[in-house]
Structures are given as C-alpha cells and as structure tokens.
Design a protein around this ligand. Sequence first.
Ligand code: ATP
Ligand code: MG
Length: 393
Amino acid sequence: MIKEILLCKYGEIVLKGANRKYFEDMLCREMKKRARAYGDFDIYRAQSTIYIEPKDGEADVDGMFTAASKVFGIVAISRAAVCEKSMEDIARVTAEYIPAFLEGKRTFKVEAKRSDKSFALDSMEIARDIGGVVLESCPRIKVDVRNPDVVVKVEIREFGAYVSAGQFKGAGGMPVGTNGRGLLLLSGGIDSPVAGYMMAKRGVRLDAVHFESFPYTSERAREKVLDLAKIVSEYAGDIYVHIVSLTHIQEELVKHCEEDYFTLLLRRYMMTIAERVAKDKDCSALITGESLGQVASQTMQALGVTDACVNMPVFRPCIGMDKEEIVQISRKIGAFDTSIQPYEDCCTVFTPKHPKTKPELEKVLVQENKLPFAELVEEALGTMYTVHISAEY
Ligand code: ATP
Ligand code: MG
C-alpha cells in the first residue's frame, strides 16, 4: 500500500520578516477550508512546506491537488509517496510508486535532500542507491545528471521520508487577504474577471460591483456576471457582488446630454458610485479591466477624465496587456467560455456612434452639469443589493 501526500511549497520571498507566521497560518487555514470538500486530511506545515496528508483511503487526493493548485502563495506542489525513514522502505516505495511518472520519459536523475541529519546515509549515498532502484524498475530509462526529463526526489524530513517525481507549478502570488481589500468593477466581459484574478493573486481580497440597466439588460446577463464571480472565487475566495441599477442615469443621459459623451459620462457615474460602495465596504482601491487603447473610453485622455472623479487608487492590471494575453489568462482560469456568451452589458446599450477619444475634462463637465449628478448617484446607490458568492473549490 502506498500513501500519497501533497507537499505545497510557498515562496520564501513573500514570507520574510515578521509577517511570516501570519502568512503561513493564513495559507494553512485556506488549505483546510478547501480540503473539506475532498475528505479527511491532516494539514500541517514545516520547512516552508504545507503537508496535506489524507487520513484514510477515502480522501480524494486528485481533487485536493486541483484545489491546492488554485491557492495563491503556493509556488510549487509535488505529489509524493510517504515512506518510513529507512532505505529499505524508501526503495520499496520508489519501485512501486515512481515508474508511472517515468512513462514516456527518456532520462532522469535522483536528488536527495536530508534535512534530518540523523539519517544514516548522506544525500549522495541516498541518491546513488535510489538511482539504482529506479534503473532496476524502469529498464529503458537512463541517467542524465545535467538535463534530465524528470527529477526523482527523495526527502528525509522531520515527519518522514518522501519520494516524488516532478513538480507542478502552484498558483504563485501572495495569499489572498494579505494585501488589503479592493472593489472590482465586474462586467460580463473578458477583461474584468481577469483583472480580479490578477489582483487577488497579489493578495487582494475582492468585493465586486456590477452595474445593470434593466430592462435594457436582462436577467440572464446578470446571471452570467454571477457565474463569472463564481469562477474568480475559486481563486479569490468568497466574493460579495453588489448590484446597482444605472437605468435611470442612462435614460437621463440620453435625454439631456450630447451623444458623443454618453460613455464617458456613464463611466464617471460608475466610478463615483463604485468609490462610494468601496468606502462603505472597507475597500481601499478600485479595480477595472481596462487596457490602454482597447476602446474609445480607454485612451489615456479618457482614463484621465474617468479618474478625475475618484480619490482612491484605481488598479488596472490589464492596462499594458494585448487582448490575446488577456484571453490567455481568461482561458487558464476557466472564465473565457462564460465571458463570450452573448449577453448585453449596460455599456453596450445607448453607445454613441462617435465616442470622444480625446475628451477634455471641461467639456465633459459641461455635459455632466446638465444633470443633478450627486442626486442621481444617491438614487442609484439606493437600488443596490448584494449577492454573496460562496467559493466552491
Ligand atoms: P470587459 O471585458 O471587462 O467587459 P471591456 O473591454 O468590455 O471590458 P468596457 O466595457 O469599456 O471594457 O469596460 C471597462 C471596464 O469597466 C471593465 O473592465 C469593468 O471593469 C468596468 N465595467 C464595464 N461595464 C461594467 C458593468 N456593467 N458593471 C461593472 N463594471 C463594468
Ligand atoms: Mg465590458
């Protein structure tokens, strides 16, 4: 019988200094929370590693592996087999467990690490002996110490010995919650879920605000946005989505303001309302999916005009990315197929034919002042309601 365990390594760099224990506890708690859906696991940490050890044969190690690979702050995950701290048992487990990982590979080397210095053999001796075991159990494979296809690892640690072959990339970044709270302006598009994912990766806990314009936007469009929030929550944890109606504001804009300015004016309303929501929900920054030059409202001048109405940092992690690069991340996090479902967004109703690409703030304000801005903002805030998206990992 082989018992498999997951070893999740966290980046030393982000965990230095006095905050180290705080980060480590946070990561452990996160893993425990995610493990609940996959059975009974012992989860503990030592030597910059979180150990996830199934307590019985029922636990779903594959499922837990996928869940662990979405935890920010983890740089690498290996699946390892647990051995007793004796060469006999390490050899037995290697012969049984390792061959499956070497199928189709041509070369390997063994790396041994002995943090328990009381173990009888040193690293060189362990590597040599276990290398022999691998060669015996996989007759076609060859040793290549310089550029092997697979590295077989033997680790003699405090709590036991482990053998593994190959390492998987973790989600990287910093544990969610270690870098404050931000409010994501979440539309149904491709970019904003990616923007949320990227800031969560830097440790930001997310709230989201979504603007709708019922009946110009549909129930289904709102559901799509909640589906997207659910996908982002697999990485970012629970998200509260605050939904605000812009229907009246948009109708007033159409009635009273020059068409070319619709989008810009709408964006200033959105940012102002978002800032109010952010302050109310203890968020210290706004996050949008804007990318420089992607559309008329995302030129440098237009972004200047939208930013002029807010007094908190606005993070735009996609700002320097091509659409292709954004799509790549969208696919990686599993959001793309949902994002491309064809439902309307409030930005796409009443769009001007010739939007201003080089707007001047004074001229925008002339248009904006045709309406009771503050009053409309209050009214929109009055329509807000919140949906709690609970993360399923
Ligand atoms: P996305 O793919 O995220 O929809 P986009 O390229 O379609 O972006 P815009 O529609 O101009 O760009 O929106 C720019 C940003 O404004 C979005 O990334 C999002 O952060 C925010 N935004 C747009 N529409 C909404 C909305 N209905 N609710 C909340 N935020 C929105
Ligand atoms: Mg959009």
